[in-house]
Design a protein around this ligand. Structure first.
Ligand SMILES: [Fe+2]
Length: 149
């Protein structure tokens, strides 16, 4: 039995677009629980693959925000995302190899679930103040352009 994964304020970054994407990741983890409970191999494969694809493109999106913000630890964060990609893709590969999907899904739910929630709670918090500042700057820039441009 995996630990329950529920969205709480601890996971919030305060950056709306990031919080929405992180919440979607939580939903995918719930969908995996549901697929496991249904014992539907088709559903499991579909949802596990969807979670992995979504999380990888979400990470790339985060990196684009960090880059825009001039975040000084971008390289380190990128490396962490690369490790995640390797780990997640290994699960996708195991499904493609025809390994028992229930077993793979349970591992994804606990291992990838734990990785992602820890990452969101800890690592992602480090870029928040930089990215927030850069979003505010571009907002102010847009507003100034609108009124005075
Ligand atoms: Fe991240």
């Amino acid at each position: 039995m995996s630990i329950a994964i529920n969205w709480t304020a601890d996971f919030e970054t305060g950056i709306d677009i990031i919080d929405e994407q992180h919440k979607r990741i939580f939903e995918y983890l719930h969908e995996i629980d549901h697929a496991i409970a249904q014992r539907s191999h088709e559903l499991i494969e579909h949802v596990v693959k969807a979670l992995i694809d979504y999380a990888i493109s979400h990470n790339t999106f985060e990196e684009s925000l960090m880059e825009k913000a001039g975040y000084p630890m971008l390289d380190a964060h990128h490396q962490v995302h690369e490790k995640f990609k390797e780990r997640a893709n290994a699960y996708a590969q195991r499904l493609r190899n025809g390994e028992d999907s229930l077993r793979v899904a349970r591992e994804v739910r606990s291992d990838i679930g734990l990785w992602l929630t820890n990452h969101i709670k800890r690592d992602d918090q480090h870029y928040v103040k930089y990215v927030k500042k850069s979003i505010d700057r571009s907002f102010v820039g847009r507003m100034l352009g609108k009124f005075f441009g």
